[in-house]
Design a protein around this ligand. Structure first.
Ligand SMILES: Nc1nc2c(ncn2[C@@H]2O[C@H](COP(=O)(O)OP(=O)(O)OP(=O)(O)O)[C@@H](O)[C@H]2O)c(=O)[nH]1
Ligand SMILES: [Mg+2]
Length: 384
């Protein structure tokens, strides 16, 4: 049984660290990591990057750099080091050997944020499964030295559960979680089949975390979904009805946001929920056009969608937050260049009507396509 953890009073002091393989990109990479750390509730007390062609396979950093990191940790009295990459168990172990602090990686940080934010039973099960799968190969190196410090980033489970620290117990827990998730997924499929019988077209909001998906859902439907400048405000899917300009009705779903290097254990654990949400008539890809990393964010989202095998779904690209950009020339150019693109501000409502009109067009086109497909199938059976 999961034991209760003590509420954490102490704000953890974190040193951020990364190998910069891009030449100049790491400075900006750390900006996102800073936001993630802030969302997780820790304080950044130092930063360190190392320029290398590739991370060292067994230590991640070079030898001298780890010494420097150890010194920075001492000076800044840091509790933990957060590396902006996925570390192998060996790399993590070798850094911990030298540095007198816990060492966690980007994946663990993201899993921790999800653990804190999970609200529904399904969300909690999925996050706990991802955390346990992540933990399993690392259990000796991570836990033996910091066993007594339970409760910090990477050591807390969703809700009030405590992460297990024993291999065979973890394996049993993983099997148990998988069984429970399969059961919840079965209920979901039933609910979805019910919705499908309504015969309403569906649209799913997808996009990078903080792109404005929930704000857009609220603007479109008058819903009251939680929005937040911090990352990963939404974890669980919400579906609402939207009235289209012609008077027709569509269902629009909001769900968890994506991020660069989204932990694959997390994608695997959330697969059922995500797949179900993105099995919509059309995907609305919400993009924050005011973000300096807009293109990298779009690519990350398309990458995750690709992993979820939704390549065939039509995508309507929604360039959001135009109230924050001065130059709308580029936006107009993009809309002219790429089919099925609109720009708007979910916050001010500017451009919403154009989105609804476009959505209606795309849905009508999809219906014609689906009808043509059905006709082809009937013909294949000699029925027409
Ligand atoms: N200026 C401006 N801010 C916006 C706009 N749309 C959303 N925001 C802000 O962006 C932040 C994130 O918005 P959310 O709607 O929570 O974003 P999300 O995509 O649902 O994020 P996750 O649930 O974390 O994936 C909030 O502070 C919103 O107020 C917009 O059009 N203009
Ligand atoms: Mg949201």
């Amino acid at each position: 049984m999961a034991a209760r953890t003590q509420a954490v009073q102490h704000i953890e002091r974190a040193v951020l660290a990364a190998v910069d393989t891009t030449g100049n990109g790491a400075a900006h990479d750390l900006e996102e990591l800073r936001q993630l750390v802030d969302t997780a509730g820790a304080q950044v007390v130092g930063e360190l990057t190392q320029r290398r062609d590739a991370p060292n396979p067994v230590r991640y950093f070079g030898k001298g750099k780890i010494e420097e990191l150890a010194e920075l940790v001492r000076q800044s009295r840091a509790d933990l080091v957060i590396v902006d990459d996925d570390l192998s168990a060996v790399q993590q172990h070798n850094i911990v050997e030298v540095v007198d602090a816990r060492v966690i990686d980007r994946t663990e940080l993201i899993l921790d944020i999800f653990a804190q934010r999970a609200r529904t039973r399904e969300g909690k099960l999925q996050v706990e499964l991802a955390q346990h799968k992540y933990l399993l190969p690392r259990i000796t190196s991570v836990y033996t030295r910091f066993e007594q410090q339970r409760g910090g980033i990477g050591l807390r489970g969703p809700g009030e559960t405590k992460m297990e620290a024993d291999r065979s117990r973890i394996r049993r827990r993983i099997a148990d979680l998988e069984r429970q998730i399969a059961e919840v997924a079965r209920h979901r499929r039933i609910a979805r089949a019910k919705r499908e019988r309504l015969g309403l077209p569906t649209a799913a909001l997808v996009g990078y975390t903080s792109a404005g998906k929930s704000t857009l859902l609220n603007a479109l439907t008058g819903a009251d979904v939680y929005t937040d400048p911090k990352l990963f405000a939404t974890l669980d899917p919400t579906t609402r009805r939207v009235d289209l300009p012609s008077g027709r009705v569509a269902l629009v779903s909001d769900t968890v946001g994506f991020i660069r290097k989204l932990p694959h254990h997390l994608v695997a654990a959330f697969r059922a929920t995500l797949e179900e949400t993105v099995q919509s008539t059309v995907l609305l890809h919400v993009v924050d056009v005011s973000h300096p990393q807009m293109r990298a964010q779009m690519e990350a989202v398309l990458g995750v969608l690709n992993d979820l095998h939704v390549g065939e779904r039509p995508i309507l690209t929604v360039l959001n937050k135009i109230d924050l950009v001065k130059d709308t020339y580029t936006l107009r150019e993009m809309v002219a260049k790429y089919p099925d693109t609109v720009y708007l501000s979910a916050l001010t409502g500017n451009g919403l009507i154009q989105l609804l009109r476009k959505l209606e067009q795309v849905l009508a086109r999809e219906e014609r396509r689906a009808e043509a497909r059905r006709w082809e199938e009937r013909r294949a059976y000699g029925a027409v």
